[in-house]
Design a binder for this molecule. Structure first.
Ligand code: LLP
Length: 416
């Protein structure tokens, strides 16, 4: 079954008429397919064949508890970047022994919480972080498993989409300092060095940079072995892109196969941290046309979703395809800028789109499952959207729409 399909004049999502979802839950609403999430996870898993592996879904892409639970039940591990994400994963039934903790700014409380539940690995991103980790382990009497996130300095000129694996980026330990930090870590009795980690960027379409980085990481593991540091896993991070506007990224299977082609050790456990490629294609955002405003130079489609619900267009000028939920309604095909109600010129969801729609009609914004709801805010005192999951033909509300009382419930008032 195709995820999105017109049957008659109505767009269906995973077999269900979108109108039905809108009538039940309103708009704006994020709508996800469990089938697509599970299918993608399975494809990643099966691509490893007999190579030991752990897929650590990047929680930041979409951190809804029901989605985390779905992945946990399939045996997924998790890549977290905060104490909040740690709690979410545990609440959703994730196994702490399959959690890796990335991020350059882990605070004391976050490190303690992760040590106390016994996570699998800290992806250490600096010398200062290593020192902090050692002193906390000493204080609470725990030993931490560690992988150093290295910055492989992959050339941006040839691979312009890489934004986190370059010298000038804030992430990872600079390549020239890597051996020293490994020596220091392995000398501490509070640390068990178990891996090497890297993550070179996101929404990557060309597999070559991954392969370059994988080669550097693999050769580093040999250098470490030569000085007596035996690691048991290589973590290649996330970053596989998806098709927003006709891009043709490798499939998860092809991506895993090309990475594995540079790993010479068949016993080595391989970790990956995919986020977008698992959640992105599985979700759409439904929004209602509030007003059509015809200007002198442009037509505006004013919809009820805004940059607070889906920040990607405003933040990165990123493209999300938009489809009319009902077609052949006799409306003129016009060129529109699709904008939200927020008081910012940057509040747009799409520019230069030909759409045939009317006030009151519903639009579906594609590929919104990753970095959509997880980046939503309450700007303009707007409650964040509802989230609905389609699983085996049924729809489930997995997050209710926020109301304004939710928003000001954190503000003691009158001022005590
Ligand atoms: N691992 C680490 C350490 C990361 O920083 C990230 C993403 C991932 C894994 C997952 O990468 P993915 O497979 O999703 O590409 N807000 C941006 C994306 C930021 C990605 C940040 N790091 C967007 O909406 O495009």
């Amino acid at each position: 079954m195709k995820l999105l399909e017109y049957k008659g004049d109505e767009l269906h999502f995973d077999g269900i008429p979108i109108r039905q979802i809108e009538a039940r839950y309103g708009t704006p609403t994020y709508l996800y397919s469990a089938r697509v999430i599970k299918g993608c996870f399975r494809e990643y898993k099966e691509s490893f064949g007999t190579q030991p592996n752990l897929i650590c879904y990047a929680v930041k892409a979409n951190s809804n508890l029901s989605i985390l639970n779905l992945l946990a039940k399939m045996g997924s591990g998790f890549d977290i970047v905060s104490g909040g994400e740690l709690k979410r994963v545990l609440k959703a039934g994730g196994d702490p022994k399959k959690i890796v903790f990335s991020g350059i700014g882990k605070n004391v409380d976050e490190i303690k919480a992760a040590l106390n539940v016994g996570i699998y690995c800290f992806n250490v991103e600096s010398h200062s972080e290593l020192q902090r980790l050692i002193s906390i382990c000493q204080e609470i009497g725990k030993k931490a498993q560690v992988s150093v996130r290295v910055n492989p300095d992959v050339d941006a000129k040839t691979h312009p989409y890489i934004s986190t694996g370059l010298k000038e980026n804030k992430f990872g330990v600079p390549w020239n300092d890597v051996m020293a930090i490994y020596k220091e870590a392995s000398a501490s009795r509070y640390i068990s060095v178990i891996g090497i980690d890297c993550h070179i960027g996101s929404q990557m379409i060309d597999p070559l940079p991954f392969i370059d980085a994988a080669k550097r990481i693999t050769s580093l593991s040999n250098d470490l072995k030569n000085i007596g540091i035996q690691i048991t896993h290589l973590d290649f991070g996330g970053g596989l892109g998806i098709s927003y506007q006709g891009e043709t990224p490798p499939s998860p299977k092809n991506w895993v196969e090309s990475v594995l082609s540079v790993v010479d050790n068949k016993e080595m456990k391989i970790l990956i941290e995919p986020g977008r490629s698992i959640a992105g294609p599985a979700g759409i955002l439904l929004t209602k046309v509030e007003y059509i405003k015809k200007g002198d130079v442009k037509n505006f489609l004013i919809v009820d979703a805004a940059m607070n619900d889906l920040a990607r267009p405003a933040l990165y000028n990123s493209y999300h395809e938009i489809k009319e939920v009902k077609i052949n309604i006799g409306a003129d095909l016009l060129d529109y800028e699709v904008v939200g109600p927020i008081c910012e010129t940057g509040d747009f969801l799409a520019k230069n789109r030909s759409l045939a729609t009317r006030e009151g009609e519903i639009l579906a914004i594609m590929e919104a499952g990753a970095y959509g709801m997880s980046m939503a805010s309450n700007y303009n005192s707007r409650g964040r959207p509802a989230e609905v999951l389609i699983d085996s033909g049924d729809h489930h509300l997995i997050r209710r729409r926020e109301n304004v009382e939710d928003l000001y419930s954190h503000e003691p008032f009158p001022c005590p």
